[in-house]
Structure formats: structure tokens, C-alpha cells
Design a protein around this ligand. Structure first.
Ligand SMILES: [Zn+2]
Length: 188
């Protein structure tokens, strides 16, 4: 059975057995929080448990490395939508130790892209269009700096209401322990 069939098969029973009832909530986050974190598999359940958040409590935005890299990209837009349309009042960026984005080497990455069948022409075309793939694919050397940069990106956004605290944390992907990098209340 393919992965999709497996999921759909399970889903049919999930709905039939009304397993959804324990997750019933609204689209507004009860804790009035937005959490930006990494897509790392170790954090799927660990992060919400370690932060004591359950379904309905927070908006969670996942991105590789918990990085907010562009002021007018989808992540920043999601943060603003959560604040203006969905009653979020605070934002927490949660990076983590041992993040895959700290090990990304753009040169090796692009070699793999070639190996997987993407033509050199496509890469040249992007380059000639002014797209710097090396810069775009680059991760970070230090998670503390990465969290600070993401917090700064949000904090300095021209559309962010000045009253919204932006916090920066790092989670241990084994123990769930949180370290504070930036306490957003102190910055206000
Ligand atoms: Zn990560």
C-alpha cells in the first residue's frame, strides 16, 4: 500500500469513529500566541508537550530552521494574519539545537539537485534571472544567531503593531528544555 492510500484508509476510520471530537476547537488561539518553529521530526509532538500547548491553543508555523528569511514572504505574512485576523498577541520563535539547517552546504545541495535530474540549463536560467541560489539555500552556523535574526526580522517589520512582544527560544530536541535567547517583554 502506498503512503497516500495508508493515510486515506486510516482517515476513513478516524472520521467514522468520530475521533475528531477530542480535537474540537476554534480557529482563534486560546493562548493568543504564534509559535514559529522548525519542521524537525523530533519536534512534532515534543514541542507542543514541552510548551504545554494543545489543539486550539496556538498558531504554529513550521519552516526549515524556524527561519523568517524574508520580510514579504509567506512566513511573515502568516505571522501578520495571526496577529491582525486571528487575535494572536505575542510571537515566539523557537529554534532548536542540532538543527538540519545548520548543516546545509549550498554547493553540495546544488550538486544533489543536478544528480536528481535537474538540468544545468535550469540552474543557469535562475542565475541569469538574478536568483542567488547559494544565498537562498544557505542555513545558519549558529542557532542562537539564527533565532536573533528571525526575531529582528519580525520586530522590525513595518506592519508589525509595536505592542506585540517577540520572543526567541531554543529547544533541546531530546529533552524539550527551553533556553531563552530573547525575552520579548524586555525589548518593549
Ligand atoms: Zn531544525
Amino acid at each position: 500500500m502506498g503512503k497516500l492510500e495508508e493515510i486515506l484508509d486510516y482517515n476513513k476510520k478516524f472520521v467514522e469513529n468520530q475521533r475528531y471530537t477530542e480535537f474540537t476547537t476554534t480557529k482563534f488561539p486560546d493562548k493568543r500566541l504564534v509559535v514559529i518553529s522548525c519542521m524537525d521530526t523530533r519536534l512534532v509532538e515534543l514541542l507542543p508537550h514541552a510548551m504545554n500547548v494543545k489543539n486550539g491553543d496556538v498558531k504554529i508555523i513550521k519552516t526549515a530552521g524556524a527561519i523568517v528569511s524574508h520580510p514579504f514572504g509567506a512566513v511573515m505574512r502568516s505571522i501578520l494574519v495571526a496577529i491582525y485576523e486571528l487575535q494572536a498577541e505575542e510571537v515566539i520563535v523557537v529554534g532548536h539545537y542540532d538543527c538540519g539547517m545548520s548543516a546545509i552546504n549550498p554547493t553540495h545541495f546544488l550538486e544533489k539537485v543536478r544528480e536528481r535530474g535537474v538540468s544545468a540549463d535550469s540552474l543557469h536560467l535562475l542565475k541569469s534571472a538574478g536568483i542567488n541560489l547559494e544565498k537562498w539555500l544557505r542555513g545558519f552556523d549558529n542557532v542562537t544567531d539564527a533565532v536573533k535574526e528571525s526575531v529582528d526580522m519580525i520586530l522590525n517589520h513595518p506592519l508589525l503593531p509595536p505592542s506585540v512582544p517577540i520572543h526567541g527560544l531554543i529547544i533541546d530536541p531530546s529533552t524539550g528544555k527551553l533556553d531563552v535567547v530573547i525575552n520579548g517583554y524586555e525589548k518593549k
